[in-house]
Design a protein around this ligand. Structure first.
Ligand SMILES: [Zn+2]
Ligand SMILES: [Zn+2]
Length: 383
């Protein structure tokens, strides 16, 4: 059995020496394999993964490699385990960890910065200057270090968020998505109640940006997109007005709803040239734009309009400044129902089906969650 030196375990949560894990072969190849259960170091714990949500970034990493894989090249054929939006129970404590107890339910942030560079010291650990250097203490589980499509993963204690008993496992996997939306608003300078917010693009981050902005008192909150079903979910999550940009002029409507001047904040979650230009023209003078989606190609924009109007543009990455903790507070208080974006659930062994549902948006899938109960069943049957 698993019993590494100086690691605290409990007889109530026995841990196997080998775990089941999905590993990346070549592009678009995943295999279910046995892998040694990882060992937590100083300030780290071992998390038994109970549920993991699939993110569009997982699909990209499985197809083309991690954009963040700076050292050691692409993660193909290196026994790498993707997956980063997971939750579970603490199964083992690294040396001297007393901040958490075995058995506690936790959900996770992706990034543990090195803790020593200038950006980490500013709370911007998702933009750590030692990104991709585990020897410096940096981890980005599912990007540069092993992630959550497995029975267990190692997490730095700074990446853990406690899950209240009233919250289900699938809902807890959505905290990192809500945390990313929260980080966008934080980087814009924090939301002041009564300010107007436009969210462009009703993907998971956009939909939860609507929910978080509304919970923080934004008014009005306007959501733009092209799919009416998703816009309707945005309305349930708090959008005061939704705009289908195929049918209506988004810039004109935003101006009309803001006394002719445009919105204070625009959060761009679509990443196309057309929507980025809409963002620029619907922001008011002195307003702020948060770019939260990655355009695949260089984009031509009206930079002179930004300068003439003193508009601020922010690029955000991930979920820094403990935004995940603040998102969890709102979700724990039921200020919004994040589960509106959770559409499908599959067992761990069916991960390929779950990925297909997410990739092809089968049955209008938004967030597809994989639960790990089956993994324990498979493991005990094999013993
Ligand atoms: Zn993600
Ligand atoms: Zn750092």
């Amino acid at each position: 059995m698993y019993n590494p030196a100086r690691v605290k375990i409990s007889p109530e949560l026995p841990i196997p020496e080998q775990m089941r894990a999905w590993v990346l072969g070549g592009p678009d190849e995943l295999f279910l394999r046995d892998k040694p259960t990882p060992v937590p170091g100083r300030a780290e714990v071992l998390v038994r993964i109970d549920a993991v949500a699939i993110c569009a970034t997982d699909l990209e990493i499985i197809h083309a490699g991690s954009p963040a894989h700076i050292q050691g090249g692409l993660p193909f054929n290196k026994n790498f385990t993707p997956g980063h939006e997971y939750m579970g129970a603490i199964a083992a404590l690294g040396p001297d960890v007393d901040e958490f107890a075995i058995g506690e339910r936790v959900t996770v942030e992706i990034h543990a910065g090195c803790g020593q560079c200038k950006r980490c010291r500013q709370g911007m650990y998702t933009a750590c200057l030692n990104y991709g250097k585990p020897e410096k203490g940096h981890r980005a589980n599912g990007f540069t270090t092993d992630g959550g499509f497995a029975e267990y993963a190692v997490n730095h204690i700074n990446t853990l968020v406690r899950v209240p008993d009233t919250m289900s496992d699938p809902e807890a996997t959505l905290v990192v998505t809500a945390g990313t939306s929260m980080y966008g608003l934080t980087e814009l300078g924090g939301l002041v109640a009564g300010e107007s917010v436009v969210v462009i693009g009703p993907g998971p981050i956009g939909l939860l940006a609507v929910a978080v902005a509304k919970a923080l008192g934004a008014s009005p909150v306007i959501l733009t997109g092209t799919r009416n079903k998703r816009l309707a979910i945005g309305q349930e999550l708090g959008a005061d007005r939704v705009v289908n940009i195929n049918d209506e002029d988004a810039v004109g409507i935003v101006r009309q709803l803001t006394g002719g001047i445009g919105a204070d904040y625009v959060i761009e979650c679509a990443g196309t040239e057309a929507t980025i230009n809409q963002a620029i023209h619907m922001t008011n003078r002195g307003g702020k734009i948060c770019l939260a989606a990655f355009p695949h190609d260089p984009v031509t924009t009206d930079i002179a309009h930004l300068i003439r109007n003193n508009i601020y543009v922010y690029g955000i990455r991930g979920e820094g400044r403990s935004a995940t903790h603040r998102a969890m507070e709102l979700m724990a208080e039921k200020r919004f129902d994040a589960t509106r974006i959770h559409t499908h659930t599959f067992p761990f062994a069916d991960l390929p089906t779950a990925l297909r549902y997410a990739r092809e948006r089968v049955e209008d899938a938004i967030k597809v969650v994989v639960t790990n109960e089956q993994a324990s069943a498979i493991a005990s049957a094999a013993e």
